[in-house]
Design a protein around this ligand. Sequence first.
Ligand code: MF3
Ligand code: CO
Length: 269
Amino acid sequence: MVTLKAAAEVAKMREAGKVVAEMLAATGAAAKPGASTAELDRIARDVIARHGAASSFLGYYGYPATICTSVNGEIVHGIPSPRRRLKDGDIIGIDAGAIVDGWHADAAVTVAVGSASEAALRLIATTEEALRRGIAAATPGGRIGDIGATVQAYAEGQGYSVVRNYVGHGIGRAMHEEPQVPNYGLPDRGLPIRPGLCLAIEPMLNAGAGETRVLDDRWTVVTADGSLSAHFEHTIWCGEAGPVVLTAVGGEADARIRAELTAGKLVQA
Ligand code: MF3
Ligand code: CO
């Protein structure tokens, strides 16, 4: 079932989104050579606690940590560990989710640790731009397929592969809701995008082939060919006037939500 969210509900998701943005800013800043991924998890846990929020990930199908930390050829769902120390030149995807008043937000960034290679930096920048383009395609009157078609065309045009085995998703009272949001596909196909739809859009781009493998820990997803991978994600709300990012620091989200709250929307918290 696809649910459309009222402005007052989106306002709560925005509060969760601010917590997620702070988790990513704090952990991204701490992703320096010598830091362990468990230290990043600890930092994220502290941000969650300071806001009286809860982690979307901890305990999800038994997931044992607050964030996911995916290094180099790890695509997503890497488990933080005190034994995993970051090295100069690594890249790390950090994925975080928070719950405020029962409403979820979910976002991810990939950052370079110290001085990464030109190739790694280009993969990171291209993945972030693919997300930006995918978000811009999530406009009322369009369809879900427009998002994936946009991401795929851009990523492949830059010489990268799109991961197909993992997709974005609807989000709201649950972290994973319908519809699925693939990072590939055909324009003008799939669910029509209507105001109130909230989506987590999350392109994963590989420098090599798009195939994936899951490690023996049953969580960590890696590139089958060992190539580098980058991941960016935002939770967005499809407003009447277009997509609004709920998991960014600053931006226009608060003003846009206020405008729709005061525009005579019937449902108030
Ligand atoms: N952003 C990821 C996703 O949507 C987070 C899930 S990690 C898990 O799949 F640990 F919670 F599973
Ligand atoms: Co997600």
